[in-house]
Design a protein around this ligand. Structure first.
Ligand code: HEM
Length: 429
């Protein structure tokens, strides 16, 4: 039985959790979602050269060029890189490289998380009364205003040049392209600098920390399991040799989308890392809007919050993906074992070729959600994550610092990498 979004609400859950009245998270942002789902996703081939150019610019700054082992705080480095590289697409040069913008796009998520924790200290009756006075709410509002100010000149410029008939032709990744795409989905009375600025911060909230945590976990897994480094490197080098690096009209040397699609082992490694490190141990949170009965008779009262037991599904042999029968066909170990090439082997099983890719969601693959609210940015996220990892694997050696396994921080149901966890990197010759 499928419940409709008017019965089990994603937005209402997010709005309540993050005090959407003040933070704008969980409000209707159809314009933003359509831009991500349609224009951003369609433009991935055109964006790949720019993503890779920004990584070529940013990675040596964050990881250094030394041939000696250097300790780096993995998560903080990934946060900065993802903010920089996403910014190249979301706002373009030169704003994406300005420290104020990088910091603004990183800190809004931390602000909103602080609002959530602060508001949970109050019971739900008092919450709306105290909310506007909470220092965390005030900080989030002040930071949002500051971020809007940073992006305002660009928004004004794009709005002045905006010609509806020409929006299809705006070049992907060009300065302000994302903003002009978004304008075409906004009714005229909502085409305001304020709304566009707020949407940019909502975009930072949904994209930057999620993407950087996912890459950090993959990097930590790679440092902890060095046996994967060579096979992944070989897969990448083989594709580079076969296809060659491409050059776009602006001279950006890059690996094309078709080449990325051949990196089946890399895709699998990241998906297995996600399976072992879901950003929430349970997922698909929904608020029950009215008393609701499931077909098996289970009744839930209005205002209940429900979610899927993601971790339990990923560890269960009663699923299809991790069942003994399918494991035997693919030659995979049971779900309790980390096998970086598990999903690559599954994709080699006849009938399973199209399943089990990193961006594919299903009832057994829930890291990007599933159903009508499944993450619209996941295709973009997947290419951003792979572009970063390909560059890191090709140009750096990676290892644990002093052989120490990094720890996770589990707070209620959230699972995040320890921001203090260090790994060591060394530029390859
Ligand atoms: C690895 C990185 C990412 C992960 C793990 C992730 C995960 C998720 C999850 C779990 C949801 C909720 C789905 C549900 O409950 O059904 C979601 C929603 C969303 N994500 Fe992502 N996401 C990532 C990156 C991104 C990026 C890069 C963007 C934008 C370019 C983005 C935009 C969104 C938006 C707008 C929503 C709300 C969808 C709606 O309201 O229907 N995400 N994401």
């Amino acid at each position: 039985m499928h419940a409709s979004t008017s019965q089990l609400s994603f937005l209402r859950n997010v709005y309540d959790l993050f005090l959407g009245l003040y933070t704008h998270i969980g409000r209707q942002h159809e314009d933003l979602i359509l831009t991500i789902r349609s224009d951003l996703t369609k433009s991935i081939p055109a964006m790949l050269p720019l993503l890779q150019d920004e990584i070529d610019h940013g990675l040596p700054k964050e990881f250094g060029m030394s041939g000696e082992w250097m300790p780096i705080p993995a998560y903080l480095k990934m946060l900065r890189l993802v903010a920089l590289v996403s910014g190249r697409i979301f706002v373009g040069l030169p704003l994406c490289r300005e420290e104020t913008w990088i910091n603004a796009s990183i800190s809004y998520t931390t602000d909103v998380a602080a609002v959530m924790h602060a508001s949970q200290k109050w019971n739900s009756v008092l919450r709306p009364i105290v909310a506007p006075f909470l220092p965390e709410v005030r900080k989030a509002q002040a930071d949002l205003k500051h971020a809007r100010k940073c992006v305002a000149p660009l928004v004004d410029e794009i709005m002045q040049q905006y010609i509806p008939e020409k929006q299809e032709k705006v070049k992907a990744g060009s300065r302000g392209a994302f903003i002009s795409w978004m304008l075409k989905y906004q009714p005229d009375d909502q085409k305001t600098a304020k709304r566009v600025g707020i949407n940019q911060m909502v975009l930072s909230f949904v994209s930057i920390h999620t993407t950087s945590m996912t890459i950090t976990f993959a990097l930590l897994d790679l440092a902890s399991r060095p046996e994967y480094l060579e096979p992944l490197r070989q897969e990448i080098e083989q594709v580079v040799q076969e296809d060659g690096m491409q050059t776009d009209e602006e001279g950006n040397v890059h690996l094309s989308k078709a080449s990325f699609q051949k990196l089946v082992k890399l895709d699998s490694f990241i998906k297995e890392s996600q399976r072992f490190n879901p950003l929430n141990l349970i997922g698909g949170f929904r608020t029950v809007l009215n008393d609701f009965s499931f077909s098996n008779g289970l009744k839930l009262p209005k205002e209940s919050v429900i979610a899927f037991p993601m971790w339990a599904i990923y560890q269960s042999t009663s699923t299809e993906t991790f069942s003994p029968e399918v494991n035997a066909k693919a030659g995979n170990p049971g779900p309790e074992t980390f096998d970086g090439f598990r999903f690559a082997k599954l994709r080699a099983v006849p009938g399973f070729e199209a399943k089990h890719q990193l961006a594919t969601t299903s009832e057994e693959s829930l890291n990007f959600g599933h159903g009508p609210h499944a993450c619209p940015g996941r295709f973009f996220a997947v290419y951003e994550i792979k572009s970063l990892l390909v560059n890191i694997i090709r140009h750096y050696d990676i290892r644990l610092k002093d052989g120490r396994q990094p720890v996770h921080i589990i707070n209620q149901v959230a699972n995040v990498p320890d921001p203090r966890a260090l790994i060591e990197v060394r530029r390859r010759k």
